[in-house]
Design a protein around this ligand. Structure first.
Ligand code: GLY
Length: 287
């Protein structure tokens, strides 16, 4: 075992959070981070910690993913998720699914498969073949007034020095049927490489995809620690007038986060740090 350090950070989306939803956002992120931290603390793997943490966020209707997914222009849910193992560079992703309670579970099942991304009915059939529950009818979106602009994600670093990233979303409210954002795109909404670090993003999916924002943070982490590398989101977002947030952990287990949205619900913990849950980066003074 290379190191006894571990670290985890989760996000509940880059968005404006109404004052009466701040506590729910903070508590939901804290619970997910604590569940992942418990896995890492006892020596579990980064992929497992990220999968479990994102599942919890998908199960919490506070967040726009899984149970809290928003409606597209057709009034339907279309969810996307991706997960990556930084040790093997294996990727699993699903897009435009609407019968899976936990899209990240289906994405995780794909980690041992050749395809990187499955969409729609194919993804749901694959999930069923792996014994995952598939609803008989499309899941129902949250009411329009509850629809925010966010996504959930997790980055984890385990005691063996392995990294993982996972991102899951209900997409953006009111978008065209069949639209897929950045969340299931490696180098867009997520990426992990043990040699460099791992990232998960939330925000304007088209801008994140067009500017390869996740890849830019990965590139920055080749030269600088995560707390500095996350600032690589700023210029590309400014160029497109877009809004987003990023969480990251570098290859030495250092945590970073940045956002240009009004709020960014985040929780993190590590072997040497008690759990912190915040809804704006200003609440954290850094390492
Ligand atoms: N960032 C989520 C999406 O644009 O779909």
């Amino acid at each position: 075992m290379a190191d006894r350090h571990w670290a985890i950070i989760v996000h509940g989306g880059a968005r404006t959070i109404a004052p009466d939803r701040i506590v729910a956002n903070r508590n939901g992120c804290a619970a997910a981070a604590a569940a992942g931290a418990a896995i890492l603390e006892r020596g579990g793997g980064a992929v497992e910690a990220a999968r479990v943490a994102v599942c919890m966020l998908e199960d919490d209707p506070t967040f726009n993913a899984g149970r809290g997914s928003v409606a597209n222009a057709a009034g339907e849910i279309e969810m996307d998720a991706g997960i990556m193992d930084g040790e093997t560079l294996a990727i699993g992703a699903v897009a435009a699914v609407h019968r899976l309670h936990n899209p990240v579970e289906a994405a995780a099942e794909m980690l041992d498969q050749v395809p990187v991304l499955l969409v729609g009915k194919g993804a749901e059939a694959f999930a069923r073949s792996r014994g995952l529950p598939v609803a008989s009818k499309p899941l129902r979106p949250v009411p329009a007034e509850a629809a925010g602009h966010d996504t959930v994600g997790c980055v984890a670093f385990d005691r063996a020095g392995h990294l993982a990233a996972a991102t899951s979303t209900g997409g953006l409210a009111g978008t065209l049927s069949g639209r897929v954002g950045d969340a299931p795109l490696p180098g867009g909404g997520f990426y992990a490489d043990d040699a460099i670090g791992a990232v998960s993003l939330s925000g304007d999916g088209e801008a994140i995809a067009r500017m390869l924002v996740g890849a830019r943070v990965m590139r920055a982490m080749e030269d600088m620690p995560a707390p500095e590398a996350v600032r690589a989101i700023r210029a590309p977002l400014q160029r497109l007038g877009a809004e987003a947030g990023v969480i990251a952990i570098d290859a030495r287990g250092r945590i970073g986060l940045d956002h240009n949205s009004d709020h960014f619900a985040v929780a993190f913990a590590s072997a040497d740090r008690e759990l912190v849950a915040i809804t704006h980066s200003d609440e954290w003074t850094g390492e």
